[in-house]
Design a protein around this ligand. Structure first.
Ligand code: AMP
Length: 298
């Protein structure tokens, strides 16, 4: 079983074309929905008393939500961000931690023996506290973002030291090490503990660094982009989910998982919030996978 920990949020996303307010988002939401296409997935997190029942129902239909608590007194984590016409570079307007500010995560006893753990972008202290509760995880992957790199860099490094793999986007990787070359960033990530590092470059694809080799993979060409929010988490969730089905870590299983990560990221951006992700099935993934293989063949 895979357990995903991270934020379950209400997102306000502003683009020059459209604004969505307080729609279902959060790093654990995107990652776990993406992963659930490959493996049975449980989610650990917390929402507030303003979290719509319809969103809870939607999560329940796809995931094991026994680890998702509801606070009676506080509001759900809220993230407000804007994109310009490129729909790539994001500006954070507001990060309201609310219910996650003092959250003490507890892994339900049913998930303690999860073999696979995905620590989606979240407070690194909480991520480490959660990780310590698993009995014998076989594979742990984490993600992080600018907010935590700027506010808790030392704890981010401690978290990276405890995982098998790390996924970051290119600007976060540069920010973490104050380094321009993302290849150097990938090398620095691995020198801090994990056996592999993955750096996302949006529509330009992703870069894997594993056993002293770099593996770049181009992005899946997507013509319709409405909202890039959650693309990174969907990439991470699908990457982790696919890896769980492979049973071993090597350059081939990692590259194949990257392809599935890129496919899921390409779906995520085609609509606002999680709308596109919850409307795809195995047939859609398979179709895109076939097309991707065709594009990549030399
Ligand atoms: P991304 O995949 O990078 O686009 O992640 C987008 C998601 O990250 C949104 O759904 C937000 O709710 C969530 N998010 C934004 N800021 C934070 C933060 N500081 N910690 C955890 N989650 C966040």
């Amino acid at each position: 079983m895979l357990t995903v920990f991270g934020t379950v949020a209400l997102d306000t996303t502003r683009t020059p074309f459209h604004t969505v307010e307080r729609t279902l988002g959060g790093t654990a939401t995107f990652a776990s929905i993406a992963a659930s296409n490959y493996v049975s997935t449980s989610i650990v997190g917390i929402v507030g008393n303003d979290f719509p029942a319809s969103y809870m129902e939607m999560l329940k239909n796809r995931l094991d939500i026994r680890g998702l608590s509801i606070s009676k007194t506080e509001k759900t984590f809220h993230y407000d961000s804007s994109f310009g016409y490129d729909l790539y570079k994001r500006t954070t307007n507001k990060t309201e931690l609310n219910v996650i500010a003092n959250y003490q995560s507890t892994v339900p006893k049913e998930f303690v023996d999860s073999e696979y753990v995905y620590l989606a972008n979240n407070d690194p202290v909480q991520n480490l506290n959660l990780l310590n509760q698993f009995s014998h995880p076989k594979l742990v992957i984490c993600d992080t973002m600018d907010f935590w790199i700027l506010n808790k860099r030392d704890e981010v490094i401690k978290m990276i030291n405890r995982v098998d793999g790390i996924i970051l986007n290119e600007s976060e990787a540069r920010l973490l090490f104050k380094e321009n070359s993302i290849l150097k960033c990938a090398r620095l990530l691995v020198s801090n503990g994990p056996s592999f590092a993955l750096i996302n470059k949006g529509e330009n694809g992703s870069l894997l660094f594993y056993e002293n080799e770099f593996y770049p993979i181009p992005g899946y060409p997507t013509e319709t982009i409405k909202d890039p929010t959650g693309a990174g988490d969907s990439f991470g969730g699908a990457f982790m989910g696919h890896l769980c089905t492979q049973g071993q870590i090597n350059s081939n299983s990692l590259k194949n998982a990257m392809i599935h990560g890129n496919i899921m990221g390409s779906f995520a951006i085609e609509d606002y919030g999680i709308q596109r992700l919850v409307n795809i099935g195995n047939k859609d993934i398979k179709q895109r996978h076939e097309k991707y293989k065709e594009i990549l063949s030399l």
